[in-house]
Design a protein around this ligand. Structure first.
Ligand code: HEM
Length: 174
Protein backbone atom coordinates (compact mmCIF):
# COMPACT_ATOMS: atom_id res chain seq x y z
CA UNK A 1 0.00 0.00 0.00
CA UNK A 2 2.75 2.49 0.98
CA UNK A 3 4.79 1.24 -1.93
CA UNK A 4 1.92 1.91 -4.35
CA UNK A 5 1.38 5.39 -2.87
CA UNK A 6 5.12 6.13 -3.20
CA UNK A 7 5.12 5.00 -6.85
CA UNK A 8 2.00 7.08 -7.56
CA UNK A 9 3.40 10.22 -5.90
CA UNK A 10 6.75 9.69 -7.67
CA UNK A 11 5.29 9.17 -11.14
CA UNK A 12 2.76 12.01 -10.78
CA UNK A 13 5.49 14.43 -9.65
CA UNK A 14 7.80 13.33 -12.46
CA UNK A 15 5.04 13.66 -15.07
CA UNK A 16 3.95 17.08 -13.82
CA UNK A 17 7.50 18.45 -13.74
CA UNK A 18 8.83 17.09 -17.03
CA UNK A 19 5.51 17.96 -18.70
CA UNK A 20 5.68 21.51 -17.36
CA UNK A 21 9.23 22.04 -18.63
CA UNK A 22 8.40 20.62 -22.06
CA UNK A 23 5.22 22.68 -22.32
CA UNK A 24 6.98 25.93 -21.42
CA UNK A 25 9.70 25.25 -23.98
CA UNK A 26 7.21 24.20 -26.67
CA UNK A 27 4.38 26.69 -26.15
CA UNK A 28 5.43 29.62 -23.96
CA UNK A 29 9.09 30.39 -24.67
CA UNK A 30 8.75 30.81 -28.47
CA UNK A 31 5.76 33.14 -28.09
CA UNK A 32 7.64 35.20 -25.49
CA UNK A 33 10.63 35.50 -27.84
CA UNK A 34 8.35 36.73 -30.61
CA UNK A 35 7.07 39.41 -28.25
CA UNK A 36 3.54 37.97 -28.29
CA UNK A 37 3.39 37.70 -24.48
CA UNK A 38 3.48 40.45 -21.91
CA UNK A 39 6.40 40.61 -19.52
CA UNK A 40 3.98 39.80 -16.66
CA UNK A 41 2.56 36.70 -18.38
CA UNK A 42 5.99 35.31 -19.17
CA UNK A 43 7.43 36.08 -15.72
CA UNK A 44 4.39 34.41 -14.14
CA UNK A 45 4.80 31.28 -16.28
CA UNK A 46 8.50 31.12 -15.36
CA UNK A 47 7.72 31.60 -11.66
CA UNK A 48 5.09 28.84 -11.74
CA UNK A 49 7.54 26.52 -13.49
CA UNK A 50 10.04 27.30 -10.72
CA UNK A 51 7.44 26.48 -8.05
CA UNK A 52 6.59 23.16 -9.75
CA UNK A 53 10.33 22.45 -9.85
CA UNK A 54 10.67 23.19 -6.15
CA UNK A 55 7.64 21.20 -4.96
CA UNK A 56 8.46 18.19 -7.07
CA UNK A 57 12.08 18.77 -6.03
CA UNK A 58 10.98 17.70 -2.56
CA UNK A 59 8.56 14.94 -3.58
CA UNK A 60 10.81 13.22 -6.16
CA UNK A 61 13.91 12.64 -4.01
CA UNK A 62 11.81 11.65 -0.97
CA UNK A 63 9.73 9.08 -2.83
CA UNK A 64 12.76 8.07 -4.94
CA UNK A 65 14.85 7.47 -1.80
CA UNK A 66 12.04 5.37 -0.35
CA UNK A 67 11.87 3.28 -3.54
CA UNK A 68 15.64 2.82 -3.44
CA UNK A 69 15.39 1.66 0.18
CA UNK A 70 12.61 -0.72 -0.83
CA UNK A 71 14.05 -2.14 -4.04
CA UNK A 72 17.82 -1.63 -4.06
CA UNK A 73 19.17 -3.15 -0.88
CA UNK A 74 22.02 -3.86 -0.50
CA UNK A 75 23.03 -0.56 -2.15
CA UNK A 76 25.51 -2.40 -4.38
CA UNK A 77 22.45 -3.23 -6.48
CA UNK A 78 22.58 0.40 -7.63
CA UNK A 79 26.03 0.01 -9.16
CA UNK A 80 25.88 -3.68 -9.96
CA UNK A 81 22.72 -3.92 -12.09
CA UNK A 82 21.47 -2.15 -15.19
CA UNK A 83 18.28 -1.10 -13.36
CA UNK A 84 20.48 0.38 -10.63
CA UNK A 85 22.39 2.40 -13.23
CA UNK A 86 19.10 3.62 -14.67
CA UNK A 87 18.08 4.80 -11.18
CA UNK A 88 21.45 6.57 -10.69
CA UNK A 89 20.99 8.23 -14.08
CA UNK A 90 17.49 9.32 -12.96
CA UNK A 91 18.93 10.87 -9.82
CA UNK A 92 21.71 12.68 -11.72
CA UNK A 93 19.40 13.97 -14.46
CA UNK A 94 17.01 15.24 -11.79
CA UNK A 95 19.85 17.14 -10.05
CA UNK A 96 21.18 18.80 -13.20
CA UNK A 97 17.73 19.63 -14.56
CA UNK A 98 16.72 21.20 -11.25
CA UNK A 99 19.83 23.36 -11.26
CA UNK A 100 19.18 24.47 -14.85
CA UNK A 101 15.61 25.61 -14.15
CA UNK A 102 16.76 27.44 -11.00
CA UNK A 103 19.59 29.18 -12.87
CA UNK A 104 17.45 30.03 -15.90
CA UNK A 105 14.81 31.78 -13.82
CA UNK A 106 17.50 33.45 -11.68
CA UNK A 107 19.07 34.86 -14.86
CA UNK A 108 15.66 36.26 -15.81
CA UNK A 109 15.18 37.85 -12.41
CA UNK A 110 18.66 39.37 -12.53
CA UNK A 111 17.72 41.14 -15.76
CA UNK A 112 15.23 43.11 -13.65
CA UNK A 113 17.07 43.16 -10.36
CA UNK A 114 20.83 42.60 -10.95
CA UNK A 115 21.72 42.57 -7.26
CA UNK A 116 19.17 40.02 -6.08
CA UNK A 117 20.93 37.52 -3.80
CA UNK A 118 20.44 33.76 -3.58
CA UNK A 119 18.59 34.06 -0.25
CA UNK A 120 15.94 36.43 -1.62
CA UNK A 121 15.66 34.43 -4.83
CA UNK A 122 15.23 31.16 -2.96
CA UNK A 123 12.55 32.71 -0.76
CA UNK A 124 10.65 34.56 -3.50
CA UNK A 125 11.43 33.03 -6.87
CA UNK A 126 10.37 35.44 -9.61
CA UNK A 127 6.97 36.84 -8.59
CA UNK A 128 5.34 39.36 -10.90
CA UNK A 129 5.71 41.92 -8.09
CA UNK A 130 9.46 41.75 -8.71
CA UNK A 131 8.78 43.50 -12.03
CA UNK A 132 7.67 46.43 -9.88
CA UNK A 133 5.61 47.92 -12.69
CA UNK A 134 8.91 49.37 -13.93
CA UNK A 135 8.28 50.76 -17.37
CA UNK A 136 11.96 50.49 -18.23
CA UNK A 137 12.24 46.80 -17.23
CA UNK A 138 13.25 44.44 -20.06
CA UNK A 139 10.49 43.07 -22.28
CA UNK A 140 9.42 39.41 -22.35
CA UNK A 141 11.55 38.81 -25.46
CA UNK A 142 14.70 39.86 -23.60
CA UNK A 143 13.80 37.70 -20.57
CA UNK A 144 13.09 34.74 -22.87
CA UNK A 145 16.46 35.16 -24.59
CA UNK A 146 18.44 34.95 -21.34
CA UNK A 147 16.46 31.97 -20.03
CA UNK A 148 16.37 30.08 -23.36
CA UNK A 149 19.65 28.09 -23.16
CA UNK A 150 18.80 26.87 -19.66
CA UNK A 151 15.24 25.93 -20.57
CA UNK A 152 16.26 24.18 -23.80
CA UNK A 153 18.87 22.14 -21.92
CA UNK A 154 16.24 21.30 -19.26
CA UNK A 155 13.85 20.11 -21.96
CA UNK A 156 16.53 17.85 -23.45
CA UNK A 157 17.18 16.37 -20.00
CA UNK A 158 13.42 15.93 -19.46
CA UNK A 159 13.31 13.79 -22.61
CA UNK A 160 16.25 11.71 -21.33
CA UNK A 161 14.52 11.32 -17.95
CA UNK A 162 11.34 10.08 -19.60
CA UNK A 163 13.30 7.59 -21.73
CA UNK A 164 15.09 6.43 -18.58
CA UNK A 165 11.75 5.98 -16.75
CA UNK A 166 10.38 4.11 -19.78
CA UNK A 167 13.37 1.72 -19.67
CA UNK A 168 12.60 0.98 -16.01
CA UNK A 169 8.89 0.60 -16.70
CA UNK A 170 9.54 -1.56 -19.76
CA UNK A 171 11.39 -4.06 -17.62
CA UNK A 172 15.08 -3.35 -18.13
CA UNK A 173 16.67 -6.55 -16.79
CA UNK A 174 18.20 -6.40 -13.30
C1 HEM B 1 15.80 12.29 -6.84
C2 HEM B 1 15.59 11.83 -8.01
C3 HEM B 1 15.01 10.46 -8.27
C4 HEM B 1 15.23 9.26 -7.65
C5 HEM B 1 16.16 8.97 -6.48
C6 HEM B 1 14.42 8.28 -8.32
C7 HEM B 1 14.35 6.93 -8.01
C8 HEM B 1 13.50 6.02 -8.57
C9 HEM B 1 13.41 4.62 -8.21
C10 HEM B 1 14.27 3.91 -7.17
C11 HEM B 1 12.45 4.05 -8.97
C12 HEM B 1 12.01 2.57 -8.96
C13 HEM B 1 12.79 1.82 -10.01
C14 HEM B 1 12.33 0.39 -10.13
O1 HEM B 1 11.11 0.14 -10.25
O2 HEM B 1 13.22 -0.50 -10.12
C15 HEM B 1 11.91 5.08 -9.82
C16 HEM B 1 10.89 4.90 -10.74
C17 HEM B 1 10.40 5.88 -11.55
N1 HEM B 1 10.84 7.19 -11.64
FE1 HEM B 1 12.27 8.05 -10.48
N2 HEM B 1 13.71 8.89 -9.31
C18 HEM B 1 14.04 10.23 -9.32
C19 HEM B 1 13.56 11.20 -10.17
C20 HEM B 1 12.63 10.98 -11.17
C21 HEM B 1 12.20 11.97 -12.12
C22 HEM B 1 12.71 13.42 -12.20
C23 HEM B 1 11.29 11.41 -12.93
C24 HEM B 1 10.63 12.09 -14.08
C25 HEM B 1 10.37 11.53 -15.21
C26 HEM B 1 11.12 10.04 -12.47
C27 HEM B 1 10.23 9.12 -13.02
C28 HEM B 1 10.09 7.82 -12.59
C29 HEM B 1 9.11 6.90 -13.14
C30 HEM B 1 8.06 7.20 -14.23
C31 HEM B 1 9.31 5.67 -12.49
C32 HEM B 1 8.53 4.37 -12.68
C33 HEM B 1 9.33 3.42 -13.54
C34 HEM B 1 8.77 2.02 -13.36
O3 HEM B 1 7.66 1.78 -13.83
O4 HEM B 1 9.47 1.20 -12.77
N3 HEM B 1 11.96 9.82 -11.40
N4 HEM B 1 12.58 6.28 -9.57
Amino acid sequence: MIRTAAYAAHVLSGAFWTGAVLFVVYAVLPRAREGALSRESFADAAHRLLMVTRWTGVALPLTGAYLIWLLYRPLELLTGTSRGWAVLAMLSLWGVMNGLVELGVLRMRREIDPDVGWGTYMAEGFPTEALGGAGNAPEAARLATVARPYLLASAALAVLLLVDAALLAGGLPG
